[in-house]
Design a protein around this ligand. Structure first.
Ligand SMILES: Cc1ncc(COP(=O)(O)O)c(C=O)c1O
Length: 403
């Protein structure tokens, strides 16, 4: 048998998707599975986007320019202006989801062996994309006890080597729901400036900030404009994960040039997705408010419910639609598997993402899970009940020190 690549072997399985076979088996047994594992919003996409899809009137579904359709990039620039992100269409390159923007950003900026520093827990696919690019993610731990605030600057500085090329943040954060403060963002800016690094800033959840605290984009930081690499996506804000449209935004001409070579090699971002995304930017305040209010309510409902379950603890997430919860269990990986394969309550069970996959340090997050509040309140209520019963029945129950 030909040998597989070391890179392929080193790729981590998605912590969000790796238990899918167990969930499918539970469903096949007739068990209702409440899916809290994946950030797939259940809310409808904007009508203007759906109409644009229905009304596509073309005789050829052709490639689009590798950097994306100009009218979409112009519309995106107007959209960013609403958030005081001063970029124009030439600074925006449309990608096949935010995922491709992350991958190509790593490919364009990092050589094999180069390092980027990321606060953990972190969105797991960053590790996967870094491995694809031959680069190394070096993590700075943030902790549930501190509500996942930015670790102190000295912790970052201690990790800087001559291979360090950048810092990566996700703001608001997946998986923790944390929203970085102005002070924290300035601290990041200072390190980026001092060591001449890239700042990769994934801001795909900017619409979802719940506490009244301001959303500070990496582009709001002065003095590092050429070092900022912004990652964006329409997947979450318009519930349009399936159209696969994201973007990379940069003012750095060298990066644009290199990034474009990867875009040209893959020819074109999805044509139909771009048409829908462009129309969806006109979704309007009513749609955005409906979505926002729904997540506000779900967040309160879920977090209150979780913190009422004996032994469970969740900080209050400030943004995005996730939370990392610590549970009174010996091992959250085992507990999540057990819920899917050995437990049900009144014909139902819960599917959560074990948090271990969001950490690189093997000893961290052992009793934590990530939950996405992408179910309606009624289903969230049922999922909470199932979780409470599961925790009573689980043979590996322990005390929870994070409480
Ligand atoms: C933080 C973050 N960045 C990027 C992505 C990629 O999204 P997409 O490829 O659908 O645009 C996701 C998806 O869950 C995400 O949570």
């Amino acid at each position: 048998m030909p040998k597989m690549s070391r890179r392929g072997e080193a790729m981590p399985a998605s912590p969000i998707r790796k238990l899918v076979p167990l969930a499918n088996a539970a469903k096949a047994r007739g068990t209702k599975v409440y899916q809290l594992n994946i950030g797939q919003p259940d809310l409808p996409s904007p009508q203007v986007g759906l109409d644009a899809l229905k009304n596509i009137d073309r005789t050829t579904l052709e490639y689009s320019p590798s950097e994306g359709i100009l009218s979409l990039r112009e519309k995106l620039a107007e959209y960013y202006h609403r958030f005081k992100i001063n970029v124009d269409a030439n600074d925006i390159i449309v990608t096949t989801g935010g995922s491709e923007a992350v991958l190509f950003a790593f490919m364009a900026c990092l050589d094999p062996g180069d390092e980027i520093i990321v606060p953990e827990p972190a969105y797991a696919n960053y590790m996967a994309f870094a491995i694809s690019a031959g680069a190394k993610i070096v993590t700075v731990p943030s902790s549930i006890e501190e509500g996942f605030a930015l670790p102190p600057v000295e912790k970052f500085e201690a990790l800087i080597t001559d291979r360090t090329r950048g810092i990566l943040i996700c703001n608001p954060n997946n998986p923790t729901g944390y929203l970085y403060t102005r002070k924290e963002m300035n601290q990041i800016r200072d390190i980026v400036k001092k060591y001449d690094l890239f700042l990769f800033s994934d801001e795909v959840y900017r619409e979802f900030c719940y506490t009244g605290a301001p959303y500070i984009s990496a582009f709001h930081l002065s003095g590092i404009e050429n070092q900022v690499v912004l990652i964006d996506s329409v997947s979450k804000r318009y519930s349009e994960c399936g159209i696969r449209i994201g973007a990379l935004i940069t003012k750095n001409e060298d990066l644009k040039r290199n990034f474009m070579k990867f875009c040209q090699a893959r020819l074109s971002p999805p044509l139909l997705g771009q048409i829908v995304a462009e129309a969806s930017i006109d979704a309007g305040d009513e749609y955005m408010l409906m979505t926002y209010n729904e997540y506000v309510e779900r967040r309160k409902f879920l977090i209150d419910g979780l913190n009422r379950i004996p032994g469970c603890y969740s900080p209050i997430p400030m943004g995005a639609f996730y939370t990392v919860v610590s549970l009174p269990v010996d091992n959250a990986d085992k507990f999540c598997e057990w819920c899917l394969s050995e437990f049900e309550y009144e014909g139902a069970t819960v599917f959560m993402a074990p948090a271990s996959g969001f950490y690189t340090s093997s000893d961290r997050g052992r009793n934590e899970v990530r939950m996405a509040y992408v179910l309606n309140k009624e289903d969230l209520g049922k999922a909470l009940k199932v979780l409470a019963e599961a925790l009573k029945a689980y043979p590996g129950r322990t005390e929870n020190s994070a409480q």
